[in-house]
Design a protein around this ligand. Structure first.
Ligand code: ATP
Ligand code: MG
Ligand code: MG
Length: 413
């Protein structure tokens, strides 16, 4: 992808915008861009530098993203609405072409990394609630105040706040910016995040502890449980990646959302709005709580990925009402006139609550409460889904799980 029209190759200490920003380390990448930690020599702060691929379609999407991010920043003077802040933007010319660059506030790990650090076991429900509250705060702002649909909500696009306070003097916060080209001038690797560092230290300590205990007692000692690694980490986060966002009044694409987070109305092409983001949100909340994707469809001989996806939805959420099933431009591809799937006939129904208990070992109470929160958001009828504002009022988000029964049960399994 580092070719004409593609990514811009960056080396540590490369400068941008006439020397203002100095590249430090790669933070992440996506289909459209690479994102670098950079040092802003003007404000003496760290920033995230998103460098878009250069081909015209990527340039167009960057321009849209900048337009959306500008609207977001203009409406949120206090930067408190849980959406990433655009600081600056410019074009950079490199060997692969002209790249749009966005300077963003520097944020921490994305939530998919968090799920991975926890070895796909699901985060504690209190942490899930904290993340949900931030995402809903962001969505409420986007939807109700700005009329913007994100259209690509997924764990990779939700970022924790950086554990290094970027507003502080970077020297005092323990990071000295690299301003000179290091010897050999390597292409910077992905930065080790605070959580990763903590995990590595824990693992080292655990190994040391185990070997010393083994030496003294001879027995096997269990390593610490992964969820403890996240203890004490503030779970505040922000929504990022507005490369596919649109205005409800001005949509750019019929096919939106990443597969697993795609809503039924988008699959069936029956028209979408803000509530499509709410569907993705519910899928993310499930994934945070369980460590597994809510719907992971696979195509196979005889049926497509779309059909498998619709079948998986109905197995957990019940049969799709006929009117909705047959109401989309693409309905005829998948449903007969009775509203039954044409090619997948036998569905294995299991309610969300049962699934959470049987497969994911949540306690009865935790499972019932989580299902009561999620099921209305996963209504097949988009208009019936609660808004982000309504979700924020839900009692589930506003009660603490004092002792997480699920984690006790998990520990016993
Ligand atoms: P996609 O393929 O999802 O469209 P993209 O190319 O549009 O991705 P982003 O999603 O904006 O790029 O960013 C890619 C990754 O870079 C994120 O998942 C995240 O890990 C990291 N990242 C993005 N913005 C920041 C930021 N402001 N601070 C720290 N890391 C960031
Ligand atoms: Mg992304
Ligand atoms: Mg994107």
């Amino acid at each position: 992808c580092y070719r004409k029209g593609g990514y811009h190759a960056v080396r540590v200490a490369d400068t941008f915008a006439s020397g203002r920003y100095v590249a430090q380390r790669k933070l992440g990448w996506g289909q459209f861009s690479t994102v670098w930690l950079a040092f802003d020599t003007q404000t003496q702060k760290y920033v995230g530098l998103k460098i878009q691929k250069s081909a015209p379609e990527f340039a167009q999407s960057a321009q849209r993203e900048i337009e959306v991010l500008s609207a977001i920043a203009n409406g949120d003077a206090s930067n408190s609405r849980c959406v990433v802040r655009l600081i600056d933007r410019f074009k950079h010319i490199g060997p692969n072409g002209q790249h749009w660059c966005m300077v963003l506030e520097f944020l921490g790990d994305n939530v998919l990394q968090l799920i991975r650090y926890n070895r796909y076991k699901g985060l504690g429900l209190d942490k899930v609630k904290e993340i949900c509250k931030c995402v809903l705060t962001g969505l409420d702002y986007l939807h109700r105040e700005l009329g913007i649909i994100h259209t690509d909500l997924k764990p990779e696009n939700i970022l924790l706040l950086s554990t290094i306070n970027p507003s502080k003097d970077p020297v005092k916060s323990g990071m000295t910016p690299i301003l000179e080209k290091p010897e050999g001038n390597p292409i910077g690797g992905v930065a080790m995040s605070a959580i990763e560092r903590k995990l590595k230290q824990r693992a080292k300590r655990a190994v040391a502890k185990i070997s010393s205990r083994r030496a003294s007692m001879g027995g096997l000692v269990q390593a610490p449980k992964p969820d403890r690694c996240l203890d004490g980490i503030d779970m505040r986060c922000k929504i990022v990646d507005f490369g596919n966002a649109c205005w409800d009044s001005n949509k750019f694409a019929e096919e939106i959302q990443t597969r697993q987070y795609r809503s039924p109305e988008v699959i069936l092409q029956s028209g979408y709005s803000f509530s499509a983001d709410m569907w993705s949100f519910a899928c993310i909340a499930f994934e945070l709580a369980t460590g597994e994707m809510m719907f992971a469809p696979k195509g196979a001989q005889g049926f497509s990925e779309d059909e498998d996806h619709l079948a998986l939805m109905m197995e957990v959420l019940g049969k799709m009402p006929r009117k909705i099933a047959i109401g989309g431009l693409r309905s005829k591809n998948y449903f007969d006139r009775h509203g039954d799937l044409k090619r997948i006939r036998r569905l294995k129904y299991c309610t969300l609550e049962r699934l959470l208990v049987d497969k994911f070992k949540l306690s009865d109470t935790d499972a019932r409460e989580l299902a009561e929160f999620l099921c209305p958001i996963l209504d097949f009828a988009p208009d019936k889904r609660p808004t982000a504002q309504q979700c924020l009022q839900h009692p589930w988000l506003n009660t603490k799980n004092l002792i997480s029964e699920s984690s006790i049960e998990k520990a016993n399994v």
